[in-house]
Design a protein around this ligand. Structure first.
Ligand SMILES: N[C@@H](CCC(=O)N[C@@H](CS)C(=O)NCC(=O)O)C(=O)O
Length: 203
Protein backbone atom coordinates (compact mmCIF):
# COMPACT_ATOMS: atom_id res chain seq x y z
CA UNK A 1 0.00 0.00 0.00
CA UNK A 2 1.12 3.57 -0.67
CA UNK A 3 0.11 6.60 1.37
CA UNK A 4 0.51 10.06 -0.12
CA UNK A 5 2.17 11.98 2.62
CA UNK A 6 3.61 15.19 3.96
CA UNK A 7 5.11 15.42 7.47
CA UNK A 8 3.39 18.81 7.83
CA UNK A 9 -0.10 17.43 7.24
CA UNK A 10 -2.13 16.73 10.39
CA UNK A 11 -4.44 14.48 8.36
CA UNK A 12 -1.53 12.37 7.11
CA UNK A 13 -0.18 12.30 10.67
CA UNK A 14 -3.47 10.85 11.88
CA UNK A 15 -3.16 7.96 9.42
CA UNK A 16 0.51 7.41 10.27
CA UNK A 17 -0.21 7.21 14.01
CA UNK A 18 -3.08 4.78 13.37
CA UNK A 19 -0.94 2.61 11.07
CA UNK A 20 1.82 2.40 13.69
CA UNK A 21 -0.63 1.59 16.48
CA UNK A 22 -2.28 -1.10 14.33
CA UNK A 23 1.06 -2.70 13.40
CA UNK A 24 0.59 -1.94 9.69
CA UNK A 25 3.17 0.78 9.12
CA UNK A 26 5.68 -1.64 7.54
CA UNK A 27 3.13 -2.51 4.86
CA UNK A 28 2.74 1.13 3.85
CA UNK A 29 5.13 3.14 1.69
CA UNK A 30 4.96 6.86 2.52
CA UNK A 31 5.04 8.71 -0.81
CA UNK A 32 5.88 12.43 -0.54
CA UNK A 33 3.25 14.64 -2.18
CA UNK A 34 2.94 18.37 -2.44
CA UNK A 35 -0.45 20.06 -2.78
CA UNK A 36 -1.61 23.60 -2.15
CA UNK A 37 -4.68 25.65 -3.04
CA UNK A 38 -4.13 27.73 -6.17
CA UNK A 39 -1.31 25.48 -7.39
CA UNK A 40 -2.13 22.97 -10.13
CA UNK A 41 -0.86 19.42 -9.76
CA UNK A 42 -2.28 17.43 -12.67
CA UNK A 43 -0.46 14.21 -11.79
CA UNK A 44 -1.85 14.20 -8.29
CA UNK A 45 -5.32 15.16 -9.50
CA UNK A 46 -5.36 12.03 -11.62
CA UNK A 47 -5.18 10.09 -8.35
CA UNK A 48 -7.83 12.20 -6.61
CA UNK A 49 -9.84 15.01 -8.23
CA UNK A 50 -9.98 16.72 -4.80
CA UNK A 51 -6.19 17.16 -4.89
CA UNK A 52 -5.87 16.60 -1.14
CA UNK A 53 -3.61 14.35 0.86
CA UNK A 54 -3.49 11.77 2.27
CA UNK A 55 -4.88 9.03 0.04
CA UNK A 56 -4.14 5.33 0.40
CA UNK A 57 -3.41 3.46 -2.83
CA UNK A 58 -4.02 -0.25 -2.53
CA UNK A 59 -2.06 -2.98 -4.31
CA UNK A 60 -4.85 -3.39 -6.88
CA UNK A 61 -4.81 0.33 -7.66
CA UNK A 62 -7.96 1.22 -5.71
CA UNK A 63 -7.73 4.59 -3.98
CA UNK A 64 -9.11 5.19 -0.50
CA UNK A 65 -9.50 8.81 0.37
CA UNK A 66 -10.15 10.92 3.41
CA UNK A 67 -8.02 10.30 6.48
CA UNK A 68 -10.94 9.01 8.53
CA UNK A 69 -11.93 6.45 5.88
CA UNK A 70 -8.31 5.35 5.56
CA UNK A 71 -8.08 4.80 9.33
CA UNK A 72 -11.36 2.91 9.24
CA UNK A 73 -9.98 0.70 6.46
CA UNK A 74 -6.72 0.03 8.32
CA UNK A 75 -8.58 -0.61 11.56
CA UNK A 76 -10.73 -3.22 9.84
CA UNK A 77 -7.71 -4.78 8.13
CA UNK A 78 -5.89 -5.18 11.45
CA UNK A 79 -8.96 -6.06 13.53
CA UNK A 80 -8.13 -3.03 15.68
CA UNK A 81 -10.18 -1.05 18.19
CA UNK A 82 -9.42 2.54 17.15
CA UNK A 83 -13.08 2.86 16.14
CA UNK A 84 -15.47 0.96 18.43
CA UNK A 85 -17.60 -1.61 16.56
CA UNK A 86 -21.07 -0.80 17.84
CA UNK A 87 -23.21 0.90 20.46
CA UNK A 88 -23.27 4.40 21.97
CA UNK A 89 -19.47 4.51 22.34
CA UNK A 90 -19.07 4.06 18.59
CA UNK A 91 -21.21 7.09 17.83
CA UNK A 92 -19.59 9.18 20.54
CA UNK A 93 -16.10 8.42 19.20
CA UNK A 94 -17.13 9.05 15.59
CA UNK A 95 -18.84 12.30 16.53
CA UNK A 96 -15.86 13.47 18.61
CA UNK A 97 -13.65 12.70 15.64
CA UNK A 98 -15.95 14.71 13.32
CA UNK A 99 -15.59 17.70 15.63
CA UNK A 100 -11.80 17.33 15.64
CA UNK A 101 -11.77 16.92 11.87
CA UNK A 102 -13.75 20.16 11.53
CA UNK A 103 -11.32 21.90 13.87
CA UNK A 104 -8.40 20.74 11.73
CA UNK A 105 -10.19 21.91 8.57
CA UNK A 106 -10.68 25.34 10.15
CA UNK A 107 -7.05 25.55 11.31
CA UNK A 108 -5.84 24.62 7.85
CA UNK A 109 -8.08 27.30 6.32
CA UNK A 110 -6.58 29.83 8.76
CA UNK A 111 -3.14 28.80 7.60
CA UNK A 112 -4.08 29.11 3.91
CA UNK A 113 -5.81 32.45 4.53
CA UNK A 114 -2.80 33.95 6.29
CA UNK A 115 0.00 32.44 4.16
CA UNK A 116 -1.26 31.26 0.78
CA UNK A 117 -3.93 33.85 -0.07
CA UNK A 118 -2.58 37.07 -1.58
CA UNK A 119 -2.41 39.68 1.17
CA UNK A 120 -4.79 42.14 -0.49
CA UNK A 121 -7.52 39.48 -0.61
CA UNK A 122 -7.34 38.34 3.00
CA UNK A 123 -10.53 38.45 5.07
CA UNK A 124 -9.82 39.01 8.78
CA UNK A 125 -13.32 38.33 10.09
CA UNK A 126 -13.46 35.02 8.21
CA UNK A 127 -10.06 34.01 9.57
CA UNK A 128 -11.07 34.92 13.13
CA UNK A 129 -14.31 32.99 12.73
CA UNK A 130 -12.43 29.86 11.72
CA UNK A 131 -9.85 30.25 14.45
CA UNK A 132 -12.68 30.66 16.94
CA UNK A 133 -14.17 27.33 15.83
CA UNK A 134 -10.89 25.55 16.50
CA UNK A 135 -10.42 27.33 19.83
CA UNK A 136 -14.00 26.61 20.97
CA UNK A 137 -13.43 22.99 20.07
CA UNK A 138 -10.31 22.90 22.27
CA UNK A 139 -12.36 24.40 25.12
CA UNK A 140 -14.92 21.63 24.61
CA UNK A 141 -12.29 18.89 24.87
CA UNK A 142 -10.66 20.55 27.92
CA UNK A 143 -13.82 19.50 29.77
CA UNK A 144 -13.99 15.96 28.35
CA UNK A 145 -12.52 13.64 30.98
CA UNK A 146 -13.75 10.62 29.06
CA UNK A 147 -11.60 11.55 26.05
CA UNK A 148 -8.61 12.86 28.02
CA UNK A 149 -8.27 9.71 30.13
CA UNK A 150 -10.18 7.15 28.09
CA UNK A 151 -9.00 4.32 25.83
CA UNK A 152 -6.88 5.15 22.78
CA UNK A 153 -9.21 5.70 19.83
CA UNK A 154 -9.44 7.76 16.64
CA UNK A 155 -10.77 10.60 18.84
CA UNK A 156 -7.58 10.73 20.90
CA UNK A 157 -5.48 10.52 17.73
CA UNK A 158 -7.48 13.41 16.26
CA UNK A 159 -6.96 15.50 19.40
CA UNK A 160 -3.20 14.83 19.33
CA UNK A 161 -3.13 15.99 15.69
CA UNK A 162 -5.05 19.19 16.50
CA UNK A 163 -2.67 20.08 19.35
CA UNK A 164 0.42 19.18 17.34
CA UNK A 165 -0.80 21.30 14.45
CA UNK A 166 -1.46 24.21 16.85
CA UNK A 167 2.17 23.94 18.02
CA UNK A 168 3.44 23.64 14.46
CA UNK A 169 1.57 26.46 12.72
CA UNK A 170 0.19 28.65 15.53
CA UNK A 171 3.01 28.43 18.06
CA UNK A 172 2.03 31.65 19.84
CA UNK A 173 -1.67 30.88 20.24
CA UNK A 174 -1.28 30.01 23.93
CA UNK A 175 -3.34 26.81 24.01
CA UNK A 176 -1.26 25.27 26.81
CA UNK A 177 -1.94 28.15 29.18
CA UNK A 178 -5.61 28.33 28.26
CA UNK A 179 -6.15 24.56 28.40
CA UNK A 180 -3.90 22.95 31.04
CA UNK A 181 -5.74 19.63 30.91
CA UNK A 182 -5.14 19.37 27.17
CA UNK A 183 -1.48 20.09 27.88
CA UNK A 184 -1.33 17.21 30.35
CA UNK A 185 -3.09 14.93 27.87
CA UNK A 186 -0.66 15.95 25.12
CA UNK A 187 2.38 15.25 27.31
CA UNK A 188 0.99 11.81 28.17
CA UNK A 189 0.32 11.04 24.50
CA UNK A 190 3.88 12.02 23.55
CA UNK A 191 5.07 8.99 25.49
CA UNK A 192 3.61 6.80 22.73
CA UNK A 193 6.22 6.13 20.03
CA UNK A 194 3.59 6.61 17.28
CA UNK A 195 2.83 10.12 18.52
CA UNK A 196 6.42 11.08 19.24
CA UNK A 197 7.85 9.99 15.90
CA UNK A 198 5.16 11.83 13.93
CA UNK A 199 5.53 15.29 15.54
CA UNK A 200 5.69 17.76 12.61
CA UNK A 201 9.21 19.02 11.91
CA UNK A 202 10.14 22.51 13.11
CA UNK A 203 8.62 25.05 10.69
N1 LIG B 1 -10.90 15.58 4.75
C1 LIG B 1 -9.54 15.37 4.27
C2 LIG B 1 -8.75 16.67 4.43
C3 LIG B 1 -7.36 16.54 3.82
C4 LIG B 1 -6.69 17.90 3.62
O1 LIG B 1 -7.29 18.98 3.70
N2 LIG B 1 -5.36 17.84 3.37
C5 LIG B 1 -4.61 19.03 3.07
C6 LIG B 1 -3.16 18.86 3.50
S1 LIG B 1 -2.98 18.96 5.26
C7 LIG B 1 -4.59 19.26 1.59
O2 LIG B 1 -4.45 18.32 0.84
N3 LIG B 1 -4.70 20.51 1.14
C8 LIG B 1 -4.60 20.88 -0.22
C9 LIG B 1 -5.74 21.74 -0.67
O3 LIG B 1 -6.71 21.92 0.09
O4 LIG B 1 -5.65 22.22 -1.80
C10 LIG B 1 -8.91 14.23 5.06
O5 LIG B 1 -9.26 14.04 6.22
O6 LIG B 1 -8.07 13.49 4.50
Amino acid sequence: MKLTFSPASPFARKVRIAAIELGLIDKIELVPASVAPGTPNDDYQRITPLKKLPVLILGNGDVILDSYVIVEYLNELAGGSLIPDYGPTRWKVKSDHSLLQGMLDSMLLCRYESITRPEALRWKAWLEDHWNRAWSGMARFEARDDVLSGPFTIAQIGLVCVLGYADFRFADCGWRKAFPRLDKFHQKMLQRPSVKISVPPAA
